[in-house]
Ligand binder design. Structure first.
Ligand SMILES: Cc1cc2nc3c(=O)[nH]c(=O)nc-3n(C[C@H](O)[C@H](O)[C@H](O)COP(=O)(O)O)c2cc1C
Length: 178
């Protein structure tokens, strides 16, 4: 089965996961910017297409392009994966991931999450500012829950909790019979 992994990444975590998946499954790898330049004939040769992006304030960055394309790719094996700073076992992750797709989209697209991290030194100025405001607001919050306090501690500085093991469910999905 010919496979394609399309990704967008600001600080490298999503690119690392996309590369791991491509290396493991023999898939081709394409930055979203390059994918946008391709015509339908290019995508027609693939039987499986995966989109990977990062989490930004509860959204999967630039997923719209893929979701629009996916409407005409229903005969292919389709998946999205999201890379975020939250750990995989954070209960919010499953709830949040669920709302990225509609019920209808879920019938032909499978969604996965891979924990990444924060790399402040590689972020755009806008992203750094957004995070500074978010962390600042949480620090000031008087009735912050234990989860919120833990999150503030976690995201106040750069960290890397990515691990190749989180690609396993995606690899299994790509290698199973349709
Ligand atoms: C402005 C901003 C908002 C973010 N919001 C979330 C979020 O809602 N949930 C989450 O898990 N991670 C969030 N993150 C963390 C990124 O998703 C995380 O750093 C990810 O690994 C970045 O992937 P990349 O290295 O491919 O750019 C946010 C990061 C930034 C800069």
């Amino acid at each position: 089965m010919k496979k394609l992994i399309i990704y967008t990444s600001q600080t490298g975590f999503t690119k690392q996961y996309a590369t791991w998946i491509a290396e493991r499954t023999g898939a081709d790898l394409l930055d979203l910017k390059e994918a946008k330049k391709k015509n339908e004939a290019f995508f027609a040769s693939y039987e499986a297409i995966v989109y990977g992006g990062w989490a930004m304030a509860g959204n999967l960055v630039k997923v719209k392009w893929f979701l629009e394309k996916a409407v005409s790719w229903k005969n292919k094996r389709l998946a999205i994966f999201c890379v975020g700073g939250s750990p995989n076992d954070n209960p919010d992750v499953a709830r949040w991931l669920h709302q990225v797709l509609t019920d209808e989209q879920r019938t032909y697209i499978k969604a996965f999450y891979c924990q990444g991290g924060f790399a402040y030194e590689k972020m755009s100025a806008a992203s750094r500012l957004a995070m500074k405001m978010f962390v600042g607001a949480l620090k000031k919050k008087k009735d912050a829950t234990d989860d919120e306090k833990e999150m503030v501690n976690r995201i106040s500085a750069s960290y890397d909790i990515s691990d190749i093991k989180y690609i396993e469910p995606i690899v299994a999905y790509l290698q199973s019979e349709k």
